[in-house]
Design a protein around this ligand. Structure first.
Ligand code: GLC
Length: 419
């Protein structure tokens, strides 16, 4: 055990009751379960408690549905919930206010925009655990082989993907595809769609003042562009891909480019990875010379259920897991981006994850989904966006009419933009 773990454990031990079991729901993508379990067990051991992890679906929308059922039943089965950055407005009423349990100094360690995102009507719904931004992964070796540069625009990305795929296939590499991303109709597609739209200068679907802005020529051009990828730079299969299916293709050396979150870096760099040291990470490119480079803001936070019978122990666990020592361990082992600003100066973290330093602007300027403005209705907004964009990608509807219909639906959901 490293020294910092033992000090953190001692501190945690000071404010936790002993002899109870805390049940935590903390994700199931990539190494989510094992990384959470290691941290939770370190806390349990040092405080004389036990922890139990519950299995959750990988799809964040399905997780939310499952959790909302527990909340509706006021169930005490789960004490600690991992909450997506877009959920606080929807779940705030079911969470303990953590404000009285953290000092100002503790709260100040975290990036302020994330603290704002997990604060609903002055209630601190969760503590920031790790942050995410959409990134572009590329095969350095393949780009070099064909004399290609990392793409400066989305259009270049598509062209390079096609060129390398065609040449490689002609040379016998039959299974190689160009660009993989999350095209299934679920929350991941909302993130990809927001990135395309923002990259082409088409806004953020719903403006901060509540107006529905998604039906504009730049957003239409962005979705038309994305649709043009299917069957060209990207295989049709991406219409059913989530994060792990995209990573599966890239990790098995069968894709030139991949859009994914930071966790994919640690997996690519594993000792047994086929693509170890062959991968570059960069910001997603702008949609043409007038567009902007952007990545969707993601990330997860830990909150305590209001219905928990072990609130004191649960709060202690949450504080331990979101504290600097645990965040450092998870950054080193799993490329989980810290939510604590000071950790971006940490030499060990930057060595293990160089992109956390070089892409600091991407993380700082990541574009938020419109969850703050749409509050309780965010899930409906996201579901409508997913289905409109999926129809355009699948070619069952043109981008223009799809965004027009989406606007009509959002006008209704929001009561004319009043929300
Ligand atoms: C990642 C992000 C999360 C997002 C999800 C979509 O887990 O951190 O914010 O909602 O992907 O699949």
């Amino acid at each position: 055990m490293r020294w910092w773990v033992s000090i953190a454990a001692l501190l945690a031990a000071a404010d936790a009751p002993a002899g109870v079991e805390v049940v935590i729901a903390c994700g199931s993508q990539g190494d989510d379960q094992v990384s959470c379990q290691t941290g939770a067990e370190a806390w349990a051991k040092s405080t004389g408690n036990t922890v139990k992890l519950v299995a959750v679906p990988t799809d964040s929308g399905q997780q939310l549905t499952q959790f909302q059922q527990l909340f509706a039943a006021q169930s005490s089965d789960v004490d600690v919930f991992r909450l997506d950055i877009v959920w606080p407005g929807m779940v705030a009423g079911h969470m303990v206010d953590l404000k009285p349990h953290v000092t100002d100094a503790e709260l100040k360690q975290y990036f302020d925009p994330i603290v704002q995102a997990v604060t609903v009507d002055a209630k601190l719904v969760a503590l920031p655990w790790f942050t995410d931004a959409g990134l572009l992964y590329y095969r350095k070796d393949l780009l070099e082989k064909y004399g290609q540069k990392p793409p400066a625009t989305w259009q270049e990305l598509a062209a390079t993907a096609k060129l390398i795929r065609e040449q490689e296939r002609a040379a016998g590499n039959k299974r190689l595809v160009g660009f993989v991303f999350q095209g299934k109709a679920y929350e991941g597609l909302t993130c990809n769609a927001l990135e395309w739209i923002d990259a082409f200068g088409g806004g953020t679907v719903v403006a901060d003042d509540g107006r529905i802005t998604v039906n504009n020529p730049k957003a239409v051009a962005a979705i038309e562009f994305a649709a043009s990828l299917i069957g060209g730079a990207s295989p049709k299969g991406v219409l059913n891909y989530d994060e792990e299916s995209a990573r599966g293709a890239f990790q098995s050396a069968q894709a030139v480019f991949m859009r994914n979150w930071p966790y994919a870096w640690a997996k690519a760099q594993n000792a047994d990875s086929l693509i170890k040291d062959k991968v570059g990470v960069m910001a997603l490119p702008p949609g043409g010379p007038d567009g902007k480079s952007t990545g969707a803001l993601g990330g997860w936070n830990l909150g305590v259920s209001r219905y928990s019978k072990q609130q004191e122990a649960a709060i202690s666990l949450v504080k331990y897991l979101t504290g600097p020592q645990e965040q450092k361990r998870r950054a080193l082992e799993y490329a989980a981006n810290p939510t604590i600003a000071a950790l971006y100066q940490d030499a060990d973290i930057l060595k293990a994850n160089p992109f956390m330093g070089t892409l600091s602007k991407t993380f700082a300027n990541a574009v938020a989904r419109p969850s703050k403005r749409t509050g309780r209705k965010y899930n409906q907004v996201s579901a409508e966006l997913q289905s409109a964009v999926h129809a355009a990608l699948a070619g069952t509807e043109q981008a223009g009419p799809a965004l027009q219909k989406l606007t009509e639906k959002l006008e209704k959901i929001s009561n004319g933009g009043k929300w």
